[in-house]
Write a protein that binds this ligand. Structure first.
Ligand SMILES: [Cu+2]
Length: 198
């Protein structure tokens, strides 16, 4: 501690004894350093301001849909008795069943249960449910006409029943979204719509 104080004292003493010219040089160097530092700061802040992030912004940039829901009445205990895929304990709806976003935005499908989101770019598309792919609860609907997105197969091993699929919609229009699990769509009418504004 004592040594440090002495050093500071010595340094000050040294400075006071410098010729005027040397002190001036020191001052100029200090000013240049400060200006350089400020300049770098300005360049950095202007770069940040001009760097427009990609993608759209605002409340219509995305929407969230609960795609199938685990039930609570009667109670479900997935820890001790996880219901089999396609079995009881799961509600087959899209909540909400109509969402609105802007073109370029996305819908976050939060999937719970044995479900398969499929998106058609024609809201009036008549889905062909014949010849489904193999799988539980009637298999997976296999209609490629007007289909712009089909999610992962929930019949995989291990079954992927709890997941999120984020789907982007770049063109305006009203899209039909169905659950591709055949019995959910045919028997439970599990579908909804995504309205995409220009
Ligand atoms: Cu389903």
């Amino acid at each position: 501690m004592a040594r440090a104080t002495e050093f500071v004292k010595d340094d000050h003493f040294y400075e006071f004894n410098q010729p005027e010219e040397k002190q001036m040089k020191r001052s100029i160097i200090s000013i240049i350093s400060i200006l350089t530092f400020c300049g770098i700061g300005l360049i950095a802040s202007s770069a940040m301001a001009n760097d427009d992030p990609p993608g759209i912004d605002g409340p219509l940039a995305n929407a969230t849909v609960s795609f199938g829901q685990w039930e609570t009445d009667p109670p479900v205990d997935r820890l001790l008795a996880n219901p089999p895929g396609g079995g009881p304990g799961n509600n087959h709806e899209l909540l909400p069943n109509v969402v609105t976003i802007k073109a370029g935005g996305a819908v976050n499908f939060i999937i719970s249960g044995l479900h398969n989101p499929q998106v058609y770019d024609d809201q009036n598309h008549v889905v062909n449910t014949a010849l489904p792919l193999p799988g539980a609860a009637g298999g997976i609907i296999n209609d490629a006409i007007n289909r712009v997105y089909r999610g992962v197969d929930p019949n995989g091993q291990p079954a992927v029943r709890d997941r999120v699929e984020v789907v982007q919609f770049s063109k305006p229009g009203t899209y039909l979204v169905i659950c591709g699990v055949r019995n959910h769509f045919v028997n439970d009418n599990m579908h909804g719509f995504v309205r995409v504004l220009p």
